[in-house]
Design a protein around this ligand. Structure first.
Ligand code: PMP
Length: 450
């Protein structure tokens, strides 16, 4: 721990926060944010000296862990050379980041448009698809999250869309595969895959293929519950897109850059989209950065015709320098391989073992350092531990479970009736095992509601 406890400073930080910071997704008067004093690796700590094992990676973001020294040094070094420069110039950190990203993304996704985060990446992917095809509509999955800006929130399938949905954004939602709560009443993965593909193709046909610009999917839907798609599904979506001249967009904002145990989740199935959005893990969010990786065919659309979109901070030098350092450190230190191994050897087996002992665990699913426990009242009926989109008293069982995790020193990512087990890709065996042991204790709180 590099900072000594300082409760008075913590209280002052908290007081200023409560007076002046307007928080995301929150009823401002009902929140009680923790004042954070520092972080390193898989841990962070508060001003009272409490240390937390970060099983959330701060919104599934810090794939490389907190305060990686090479990334911190790269930001400092770049700050000394050139802090900011407009996107119209060729800047070393920017071109090197683009080169490294293009070298890792699948297929011919060789050009990179930089944004400040995931939602802007989605906005621009949609704009590119519409301009490339000359078509208006975009299809996205109900169980999805694509960001909170205008097009991105309309594409988002989860209930965070509802208050902002004007219903007029040219978005059509469909059901993607999720066998545990199958929208198709399927009993096997094969059935789920086949029916999901038929449903998607029917949706395209009934919407009118000549009106559909893009199908966007999270390769492994994250916020909506970490649903690893059945074998054949993404290849099938690729075929549907090819059959009808539709742009295939994979959103790898959460699943990309090592999270699933591969550089990109698409690598698990050798699928190549036309556009791929990324953010978070590209530089673990040390400086805001996202982007769109673009296929040769779509890039060609804008060779002679200007691309009508841009951002003052596109390809920001500090962000790009931190991406270069992050990608190099991930490669040099085998961090993606570590995420795969921890998933296979520690988290996967450990979580399944917890499921043997805790009746509140309905399903364990995931890969790499990207896992979800779906908590239920009854394994037979699969009734969720709390109702869909529960708030207040209805959400009390999950709130109590999350509080029990935090009280024991484990910082969880809890969403609806699920805990997402999403530590940094750098987590080691003993930290992962410690986290599983803390989870084991906290799950007794959830079990009391079964
Ligand atoms: N797409 C996906 C798959 C995401 O998980 C997120 C953020 N959780 C976004 C887009 C939006 O990213 P941002 O919050 O950086 O705008």
């Amino acid at each position: 721990m590099s900072t000594l406890p300082d409760p008075a400073l913590g209280a002052a930080v908290k007081a200023a926060d409560r007076a002046h910071v307007f928080h995301s997704w929150s009823a401002q008067g009902l929140i009680d944010p923790l004042a954070v004093a520092g972080a390193e690796g898989s841990y962070f700590w508060d001003f009272d000296g409490n240390r937390y094992l970060d099983f959330s990676s701060q919104l599934v973001n810090t794939n490389i862990g907190h305060q990686h020294p090479a990334v911190v040094a790269a930001i400092q070094e770049q700050a000394g050379r050139l802090c900011t420069f407009a996107p119209g110039f060729a800047v070393e950190a920017r071109s090197e980041a683009a080169r490294l990203i293009a070298g890792r993304t699948p297929g011919d996704l060789d050009k990179v448009f930089f944004t400040n985060g995931g939602a802007e990446a989605v906005e621009n992917a949609v704009r590119m698809a519409r301009l490339h095809t000359g078509r208006p509509k975009v299809l996205s999955a109900y169980r999805s999250y694509h960001g909170a800006t205008a097009a991105a929130i309309h594409l988002t399938g989860d209930p965070r869309r509802w208050p902002s949905d004007s219903g007029a954004a040219g978005v059509v939602h469909f059901w993607a595969p999720f066998l545990y709560r199958s929208p198709f009443h399927a009993e096997t993965e094969e059935q789920e895959c086949e029916r999901a593909l038929r449903h998607l193709e029917d949706t395209v046909v009934f919407e009118g293929p000549a009106t559909v610009a893009a199908i966007i999917l999270e390769t492994v839907p994250g916020t909506a519950g970490i649903m690893v798609p059945p074998p054949g599904y993404l290849a099938g979506v690729r075929e549907i897109c090819d059959r009808y001249g539709i742009v295939f967009v994979l959103d790898e904002v959460m699943a990309g850059f090592g999270r699933t145990g591969r550089w990109f989740a698409a690598d698990h199935w050798d699928v190549v989209p036309d556009l791929m959005t990324f953010a978070k893990g590209v530089n673990s969010g040390y400086v805001p950065l996202g982007g769109v990786a673009i296929s040769a065919e779509i890039a060609a659309t804008f060779e002679k015709r200007p691309y009508p979109g841009g951002l003052t901070y596109s390809g920001h030098p500090l962000a790009c320098a931190s991406a270069v350092a992050t990608i190099n450190a991930m490669a040099d230190e085998g961090i993606v391989e570590n995420a795969a191994r921890i998933g296979e050897e520690v988290l996967g087996p450990g979580l399944r073992e917890l499921a043997d002992r805790h009746p509140s665990i309905g399903e364990v699913r995931g890969t790499g350092v990207f896992w979800a426990l779906e908590l239920v009242r009854d394994r037979g009926t699969r009734e969720p531990l709390v109702p869909y989109n529960a708030t207040g008293e209805d959400n009390a069982p999950m709130a109590a479970f999350a509080a029990a995790c935090r009280a024991s020193g484990l910082w969880p990512f809890v969403n609806m009736n699920r805990i997402h087990v999403v530590p940094p890709c750098t987590i080691d065996d003993s930290e992962a095992k410690d986290g599983l042991a803390l989870l084991d204790e906290a799950l007794t709180v959830a079990d009391a509601h079964t």
